[in-house]
Design a protein around this ligand. Structure first.
Ligand SMILES: [Zn+2]
Length: 451
């Protein structure tokens, strides 16, 4: 049984962009960790056994949902390019050992807690080693520690030589092998299936290779059929227009990252009979490519291939985002935390990026990162908006995020399933913060809309 709380004197932002900010409210949270009541301050009677937290004029909004993360890394850039021999050695002799797995799990747990303390109460983890993500999710559900709600994919599904293969992926080279790999992941308890339809920036060896097609439409269809029949969603890593087309035709539920669209792609997003919901959503991850694309190589330390590929992917992804907004394609938000310069506590930077680069305002962005993400992930019954009966997943802010989205960078308190973190603490990575802040400040002072 959990502690009961009364959060008094707060301004409530529901998450749903169609609902207005409610001033001077009291929120009651019951022993199951659910929202029991949201009412005007004066008209609420608080039962005796509720701990009163007077938030005097602060803002409460739904906990943030990051729809695209990896827990295995913290976002610190790695300054060496690793040859296959070194990678192979590192995997077999360091990571895939008893001690290596133990260290990995500890690091993943720390990253999940960092995200939680920054206000992210739900994370969808899309590609991890050894099903450690499944273990962590189960420990959180069993209340072994207070952590964010986790949706986990286990291993990627990829093709021979494909993105993430061989270490981070189950490899399959035909529709039947692909089905088998879905079954392996399902047996291990995943919540969703993550596939790699094209290459990626991290392991591309040539300029232009990041978006190169790797999976066939038959393979994607087989994976979607196998996953959908037991109600699991399929998330597709895609970094080119042709990749998006193949993934949509195969029936995936979300396009991760994305690219510039044409008419066929736009209509497939909006009406996709092979997907679980009848349409497909876009989860862009602008932060995953932006710093490596724009930072001077002396700062980012990435090589020319990574820089050029990041630029190609970023430019095309941003075009796709603008088209999605214009054509009313369903969209959510993720960051790809774990990529260089993408920490687990910086979701606000992605939100801020949309405000600068697109026509969306703070209200739209808050809706995307809470309500919309919860619907795309299929968890809107329990989280995503502040409504009676849902989990008390919320964050408390000093300033109004509707005025400036940067308010989200300074979280005052966080609650997940009714468990309150009164003094969140984040282990900042100063080498990343310093560089990103300098870019951010430069943008502010020059007031540039495009960098
Ligand atoms: Zn990713």
């Amino acid at each position: 049984m959990k502690k009961r709380y009364a959060l008094t004197n707060v301004h409530v932002i529901n998450g749903d962009l169609n609902r207005k900010l409610q001033k001077n409210m009291t929120i009651l949270i019951n022993e199951q960790g659910n929202i029991q009541q949201i009412e005007k301050e004066q008209s609420t009677t608080i039962p005796n056994d509720y701990e009163i937290i007077n938030l005097s004029g602060k803002y409460v909004m739904p906990g943030l949902i990051n729809a695209h993360v990896h827990l295995f890394s913290d976002g610190k850039p790695y300054h060496v390019s690793l040859s296959e021999g070194i990678l192979d050695f590192a995997y077999n002799h360091l990571l895939n050992t008893k001690l290596g797995r133990k260290i990995l799990k500890k690091r993943m747990k720390r990253n999940a807690l960092t995200a939680l303390h920054s206000g992210v109460t739900t994370m969808r983890s899309v590609g991890e080693f050894f099903y450690t993500d499944v273990e962590l999710r189960d420990e959180i559900i069993a209340e072994k520690f207070i952590g964010p709600n986790l949706l986990v994919s286990g291993y990627f599904l990829s093709v021979t030589g494909g993105h993430g293969a061989p270490y981070l992926a189950h490899v399959g080279d035909s529709p039947w092998e692909a089905r088998k790999n879905v079954r392996l992941n399902v047996r291990s308890g995943v919540d969703l299936i993550k596939i790699c339809v094209t290459g990626g920036v991290t392991d591309a060896k040539q300029i232009g290779e990041a978006g190169r097609l790797q999976m066939t439409v038959d393979e994607v269809s087989a994976i979607c059929d196998e996953a959908h029949k037991i109600g699991l969603r399929v998330a597709a890593h895609v970094e080119s227009t042709e990749g998006v087309r193949i993934a949509l035709k195969g029936g995936v539920d979300t396009i991760e990252h994305g690219a510039e669209m044409d008419d066929e792609i736009i209509s497939l997003f909006k009406c996709n009979p092979n997907s679980l919901d009848g349409y497909t959503s876009l989860i862009p991850t602008l932060q995953a490519a932006y710093p490596s694309a724009i930072l001077d190589a002396s700062l980012s330390k990435v090589n020319d291939v990574v820089k050029e590929n990041s630029k190609l992917v970023y430019d095309s992804m941003l075009l796709g985002v603008k088209q999605a907004i214009r054509h009313d394609i369903n969209m959510g938000i993720g960051t790809d935390s774990a990529m260089p310069f993408v920490t687990h506590y910086d979701l606000w930077r992605e939100l801020d990026h949309y405000i600068r680069q697109t026509s969306l305002d703070t209200k739209d962005i808050i809706d995307l990162v809470t309500r919309s993400n919860s619907e795309i992930l299929g968890i809107n019954e329990s989280t995503g908006t502040l409504d009676i009966g849902k989990n008390a997943d919320l964050l408390v802010l000093e300033k109004n995020p509707l005025d400036s989205i940067e308010a989200i960078s300074g979280v005052n308190m966080v609650m997940v399933k009714g468990d309150l973190i009164k003094s969140p603490s984040i282990p900042n990575i100063s080498e990343v913060d310093d560089i990103l802040n300098s870019v951010w400040k430069a943008q502010n002072s020059t007031n540039e809309t495009s960098f």
